[in-house]
Write a new protein. Sequence first.
Length: 313
Amino acid sequence: MKLFVTGVAGQLGHDVMNELHKRGYEGVGSDLAPEYAGIQDGSPVTAMPYVSMDITNAEAVERIITEIKPDAVVHCAAWTAVDAAEDEDKKEKVRLVNVVGTENIAAVCKKLDIKMMYLSTDYVFDGQGTEPWQPDCKDYKPLNVYGQTKLDGELAVYNNVEKFFIIRIAWVFGKNGKNFIKTMLNLGKTHDTIRVVSDQIGTPTYTYDLARLMVDMIVTEKYGYYHATNEGGFISWYDFTKEIFRQAVAAGHPEYEPSKVNVIPVTTAEYGISKAARPFNSRLDKSKLSENGFTPLPTWQDALSRYLEEIEF
């Protein structure tokens, strides 16, 4: 099986390519840079076939995907800088990447009658209430530019591709790139007090675990909408930070002990208004995975433990 993966310089694309290699599938990676520009960690992705492609260029997308002749496209590329997406001078670029780029890929997948997997987000909803969002819920109310463009990307896939997988994820962390864990670990080195939001609730997603599920899924014909985060229960960003530091101490980093770094819970309002409105409720219902025979992801606590062993801090 041959798969074409976009966004391989990012956290998720990096891990998907390595998972394909592990399974013996043929993976061709793509991103905007002329050659692979992700973390040079010596993993298989750094040496696997790579093609530079601008997803906003419809002609290039059709030519490249048609030449490669993949059995499926895994579309990981996206604009994910949520606050920057609110800047007036960035909005058109965000739309081009998240909407037009996705439409271009979806059109080719439709023409070639191949599978397409699209990664989306809980930000397509309004983040209100306390009930977990269902994967087949159509009550879309994005709060910000990023959420709206990811929803428009979803609809481009839904309206064009018959063989589609749309997977919504949240609170993503991986080895290749910036994320909340790395930010907290860096802040813990330089601050004795950290204020962290306690009224936004969700569950983290480790790209290494998610990549395994995605490859499990792409070889099937169980198409549709899915939600995927790690198991382990719903938490706040404050809860997550406390566990990050607890595990860091257990791993031999005493600089993160409570006596050294005081983590203070604050409301979103107390923390201060960011450019983009954030959802309070990022709870995602993942029961559809088991119902369709897919193995859920491990707990986020276990994922965090494995991740801290992988990175340097």
